[in-house]
Design a protein around this ligand. Structure first.
Ligand SMILES: [Zn+2]
Length: 358
């Protein structure tokens, strides 16, 4: 899906992040996602298994189980989640999440001076007149504002490899290529897509992929209420956790639509590292926008590959379709030939910390 962030200036900041790939299974954040009856760090045990269609309610189910809690295998797996491809109904948000949001606000630091955006006639998301989104207190990434806490630049010499918008039908091709070349990528995934394509989600795990969050339904977060942002991030973390036992540590906001209000919820409620980018393959525009082609994207990426290795590349790439995968497969040879150190997101940050985990 289209990413529209404007070019942002390069800098050479170090990255102070904790670089563990996932959050501790016994952390307060993990407790938001562990379902009753399940053990920390384990995929759904009591509930329906990934992709399962469920069974018709039986006599035993109705008379003995009485609820999905005890006999969850009877229900369709998808029924555990909100409707796909739209903002979740916030009345279904677990109470523990809204309590965590309230507690984060109570603890301080909530940026009260960040109004919501609205879509203008051209489909651009804009702040009210008189608000400058390039500076504090808004600090919008599409307006060129970065925070030290954002994962923007990669460490020198490192190519931070991640793909947005999966799983999709193109995931099979991508993960086959990744396995063949013995590398690991991070996958910034859309929760709705996991529900729609559970087999491809499992292919990502089987390829050694690192699982990261790209929200439930890929909205412009700056236009959503706090409670809607909470649900968009939370349900994506929930579907990843339920089906892998892993609590994500990284997220990329759709369209790079990020401001201090969005950062606060992602970081202070869910303890996520926010990923932006410092290079754009523009593969998201193929084939329908701006006359973008596979060759144009390849040429653009090659111009970055041949450039300076300081800072490293945190490049925006997608697994939207086979064209995006073809761009990656083509430029991968250039990455290797030019000596880039290709790493998934947490491994990239580990490199920035001299290879030591913090
Ligand atoms: Zn996206």
């Amino acid at each position: 899906m289209a990413a529209t962030a404007a070019a942002v200036p390069m800098d050479t900041r170090g990255n102070p992040h904790n670089v563990e790939p996932y959050q501790d299974n016994h952390s307060d954040v993990a407790k938001l996602f562990i379902r009753a009856g399940d053990k920390p760090g384990k995929p759904l045990a009591k509930g329906p298994q990934i992709g399962s269609a469920g069974a018709s309610p039986s006599f035993v189910y109705i008379t003995v189980c009485k609820s999905d809690f005890f006999c969850g295998r009877q229900i369709e797996w998808k029924a555990l989640y909100p409707s796909v491809e739209k903002v979740p109904d916030v009345s279904t948000t677990p109470k523990s999440w809204t309590a965590a949001l309230a507690a984060a606000k109570e603890a301080g630091g909530y940026p009260s001076g960040v109004p919501l955006t609205t879509a203008d006639a051209s489909g651009n998301y804009v702040y009210p007149a008189g608000v400058n989104p390039s500076v504090e207190p808004v600090c919008s990434f599409p307006s060129g504002c970065n925070k030290a806490s954002d994962f923007y630049n990669a460490p020198d010499g490192v190519l931070a490899l991640s793909f947005d918008d999966g799983p999709t039908a193109a995931t099979t091709n991508l993960t086959n290529f990744i396995k063949k070349n013995h590398i690991s990528a991070s996958h910034n995934m859309i929760g709705s897509h996991i529900v729609e394509l559970p087999t491809q989600f499992q292919q990502i795990i089987a390829s050694g992929g690192h699982l990261s969050v790209h929200t439930w339904s890929h909205q412009h977060n700056s236009a959503l209420t706090d409670e809607q942002i909470l649900a968009e991030i939370g349900w994506c973390m929930q579907v990843i956790y339920d089906n892998s036992g892993l609590v994500p540590k990284f997220w990329r906001p759709p369209f790079g639509d990020l401001d201090n209000r969005v950062r606060f919820i992602a970081e202070n409620v869910f303890n996520l590292i926010t990923l932006t980018w410092n290079r754009d393959s523009r593969d998201w525009a193929i084939p329908s926008l701006f006359d973008q082609t596979i060759q144009k994207s390849v040429d653009e990426v090659r111009s970055y590959v041949n450039g300076s290795k300081s800072p490293g590349m945190n490049i925006l790439e997608h697994e939207l379709n086979d064209a995006c995968v073809t761009v990656f497969e083509t430029v991968y040879r250039d990455y290797v030939k030019d000596g880039w150190d290709i790493r998934n997101l947490p491994d990239a940050l580990s490199k920035g910390n001299n290879g030591k985990k913090q």
